[in-house]
Design a binder for this molecule. Structure first.
Ligand SMILES: *Cc1c(COP(=O)(O)O)cnc(C)c1O
Length: 366
């Protein structure tokens, strides 16, 4: 019998056995050479996903949202004008954080279940002829709607504009291709999705232009002062006590990713994304995301005859398979199937079979 549930949610995701075991290692002195070696190894692993771009990568102790806030606090001053390309809950989260820090926020919102149109971004950028935007914020994979945004095309619209481009890759980093060379200045991620670890670590990568903004920004910051994280990182330390056990986990997870090969990991997610979409359609269900459907989380319209709570309840109680409901406005309207991180064909076959059986127990016929 399997220990734990089949997590077909977009996070936290299933943690591989060797990653779980890595966390049972004894505690260490976080100011000693052992931690410096662990951090160097984690950094090298993260760099292999990020590619050759010249960026400093910092691993913070916080959830993904903490890193989003760190990015805002360090890059934006009160009164700064910024643009957010929002396609759902996580795009809106940037808007809320930016407003909390006193930024003047322009928002482009996509229609629900669609990616933000890079053409709309281009229009806003072209209209900003005084170059007021200090930064543009976008979500790579909008986990709430199961949509992947074309951040490469968005980055291209900023080629002749000095605004920094900040990308929330919390769910996608390590699963979907993302290359800072496209024109991304800041990449944000977290431990509990594609990186196959428990929640608790946040990751941020910044290039030289971003660091200049960090030095110039006037927002108050203390715990998340990235200048301090960078200073300590130079000695292989963190300014505050790090989540040592999750660092062990991340090191092992990154070893697994590199053993499989980063490109192969991307290819596996692509293949599985296709498999889930065609499986869902063959069950007589309709995809919520009509354009830009994500390869790591599939959103499905709830058939009108079905109560989604009952459906997900059957899958959970009888089959130990956990699907995710919709968030906020989409609650009751969609459900989501997560397929990111430690996921293989057999997991999807099981999920689709359980979905089919649970649907039929709810009285659904195609
Ligand atoms: C999960 C997620 C977050 C938030 O992460 P927390 O760890 O819950 O704070 C932010 N953005 C995206 C795209 C996510 O998928």
């Amino acid at each position: 019998m399997r220990e734990g549930q089949h997590l077909r949610i977009p996070g936290p995701t299933d943690v591989p056995p060797s990653v779980l075991r890595a966390m049972s290692r004894p505690m260490m002195n976080h100011r000693g050479p052992e931690f410096a070696a662990l951090s160097a190894s984690v950094n090298a692993g993260l760099k292999s996903i990020l590619g050759p771009a010249e960026m400093d990568i910092l691993t913070l102790t916080c959830s993904g949202t903490g890193v989003m806030e760190a990015a805002v606090a360090n890059l934006v001053s009160p009164g700064d004008k910024v643009l957010v390309a929002s396609s759902g809950v996580f795009g809106e989260r940037f808007v809320e954080i930016l407003k909390a820090y006193g930024a003047v926020v322009d928002v482009i919102s996509s229609a629900p279940g669609e990616p933000v149109s890079p053409k709309e971004v281009a229009k806003k950028i072209e209209a900003d002829n005084k170059l007021d935007y200090k930064a543009v914020f976008a979500t790579h994979n909008e986990t709430s709607t199961g949509v992947t945004n074309d951040v490469k095309a968005m980055a291209a619209t900023l080629e002749d504009h000095p605004a920094l481009f900040v990308v929330d890759a919390v769910s996608s980093f390590g699963a979907l291709e993302l290359d800072p060379a496209w024109g991304i200045d800041v990449v944000i991620s977290g431990s509990q999705k594609a990186l196959m670890c428990p929640p608790g670590l946040g990751i941020i990568a910044l290039n030289k232009d971003a660091w200049s903004a960090v030095d110039a920004a006037k927002s108050p910051r203390f715990y998340f002062d990235l200048r301090s994280w960078r200073k300590y990182a130079e000695k292989g330390q963190t300014p505050v006590t790090p989540a040592v056990s999750i660092m062990y986990a991340l090191d092992e997870a990154l070893r697994l990713i590199n053993e499989e090969g980063v490109k192969n990991v991307f290819a596996r997610h692509k293949r599985i994304g296709n498999m889930v979409r065609s499986g869902v359609k063959s069950l007589g269900l309709e995809l919520f995301a009509k354009k830009g459907a994500s390869d790591i989380v599939t959103s499905v319209n709830v058939p009108y005859s079905i109560d989604v709570k009952t459906l997900l309840g059957i899958a959970r109680e009888r089959y130990n398979v956990i699907f995710a409901g919709g968030q906020k406005d989409l609650a009751g309207k969609i459900f989501r199937i997560g397929h990111v991180g430690h996921v293989g064909d057999e997991d999807i076959l099981l999920a689709l079979t359980v979905l089919e059986t649970s649907l039929s127990e709810c009285g659904f016929t195609k």
